[in-house]
Design a protein around this ligand. Structure first.
Ligand code: IMP
Ligand code: MG
Length: 425
């Protein structure tokens, strides 16, 4: 089938970049549909490491068209910096197409992000500080600026003024006034204008021609504004439905949804995380998995796999396949826990509670599986995995009623391998 959506099945950082990178080989278009430069994808090819925040991972393949859909929020200076870095490596960046409906992250949004976190104090969300929430807030509040707007010199000043007026005294102390914003937007627009297009039309036309389109989600299901652990979430829809809204395609266009999960769980930023281990196990996973944020460098909170939350993610996304990453991080453990239920105020729950308060109070009920206690780093196919690792995967598959289609045992491109075909399914 010609369209595949990749979504994070946990709290982000599942290794979506690696999975996108593998599936992008056989794609014609790679599309991002939500989020902004709060995301961070690390892709290792041979001896070089590439970090992307905004540009789709598919950009490393020199023949793919890459798209930033209308649902993405764009910090123009950050985007230009990524384009410059790629250009310096000899990559042709004219293949990047940007929806002219995508909203701009303005420097005022970064300021407001910080202000809002300061105001919340102890109950702060732990945002990435990239202005994501304020940019989406302005979009919904109908006072945002879109990528096309700086192209209309005569009305730009008025639009900036409306944005400033809307925020009023909350912007006191912000060094960005109308004139400075206008100069900034005109300068960055001159550089980005050649990339702007009607992205929905571009993507639909590709699908009409039976081209293969890969939709690359950022963040994860439990950070979704609706389906995540609100209010400890991001301000967009990382779930599969977000691909329709954020790329301008209809639901009938999507046939395959690949959810990506680590073989364990991590979360960065504040908010409930039932299987979190703040002791020795968490430390071990963090060290073995190099669990530090790509975007902010913050240490990630770590714990065992949570099948209650994953089952929920399967449903919310209409997931057809699972990709299980970083299996090798569990290599040295004698036993491995997996949460199959929660206990909330003494009551056993096998279904994920959508009331965040219940998630905050949820105590995981673990089943213990045997570890394989040998290295899987050199494994390049499912059948080469030690029997206990195969059993671990089968346990996950049975519990989620979904097949693991792809897995990874390391950062390098060839350490990600396919168990069941995806494009052909
Ligand atoms: P924001 O997206 O910067 O507003 O941050 C909201 C929450 O989402 C915070 O807990 C962040 O740590 C988290 N978050 C945002 N982007 C990512 C990501 O790409 N990976 C993991 N967590 C993220
Ligand atoms: Mg990440």
């Amino acid at each position: 089938m010609p369209s595949v959506v990749i979504v994070g099945a946990q709290w982000g950082d599942e290794g979506k970049g690696k999975v996108t990178d593998v599936l992008a080989q056989d794609a014609d278009l790679v599309v991002r549909y939500q989020g902004g430069n709060n995301a961070g994808h690390t892709i290792v090819v041979g001896s070089s490491t590439h970090k992307f925040h905004l540009i789709p991972s598919g950009m490393l393949y020199r023949d793919k068209v890459c798209v930033l859909g209308n649902g993405v929020v764009i910090d123009p200076d950050e985007l230009i910096a990524e384009l410059d870095a790629l250009t310096a490596e000899g990559v042709d960046v004219s293949r990047l197409k940007i929806s002219d409906q995508a909203h701009l992250i303005l420097p005022t949004h970064n300021f407001l992000d910080q202000r809002s976190e300061d105001r919340r104090g102890a109950s702060r969300i732990g945002t990435t500080g990239r202005g994501i929430g304020p940019a989406y807030r302005d979009k919904i509040n109908r006072c945002g600026l879109r990528m096309a707007d700086p192209g209309h010199r005569d009305s730009l000043g008025e639009k900036i003024q409306m944005h400033l007026d809307e925020h009023g005294p909350t912007l006191d102390g912000c060094p960005w006034n109308r004139a400075r914003l206008q100069e900034y937007l005109l300068r960055t627009h001159a550089r980005l204008a050649p990339h702007l297009t009607n992205a929905s039309r571009l993507i639909n036309a590709a699908l009409d021609e039976h081209k293969r389109v890969l939709f690359e989600g950022a963040q994860g299901t439990l950070l979704d504004i609706d389906h995540g652990t609100y209010p400890f979430v991001t301000s967009s829809s990382p779930t599969a439905g977000g691909a329709c809204i954020g790329a301008g395609i209809g639901p009938t266009r999507i046939d395959t949804v690949v959810g990506v999960s680590k073989a364990y769980a991590t979360r960065v930023g504040a908010g409930p995380f039932p299987t979190e281990d703040s002791g020795e196990l968490g430390e071990r996973l963090r060290a073995a998995g190099h669990e530090y944020g790509t975007t902010t460098g913050r240490p990630r909170r770590c714990g065992f796999l949570d099948l209650v939350a994953l089952r929920y993610a399967v449903g919310v996304n209409g997931m057809t396949h699972l990709a299980l990453t970083k299996m090798d991080v569990l290599d040295e453990l004698d036993t491995i826990g997996v949460a199959t239920a929660y206990r909330v105020d003494g009551v056993l729950m096998t279904e994920y509670p959508t009331d965040t308060d219940a998630v905050i109070h949820a105590e995981p009920v673990f089943e213990t599986l045997k570890g394989w206690t040998q290295s899987t780093r050199e494994v390049r196919s499912f059948s080469q995995l030690p029997p206990a690792a195969q059993d671990y995967i089968s346990f996950v598959e049975r519990n989620l009623k979904i097949n693991v289609a792809l897995m990874s045992v390391g950062a390098d491109r060839n350490a990600t391998f396919v168990k069941n075909a995806i494009w052909e399914s």
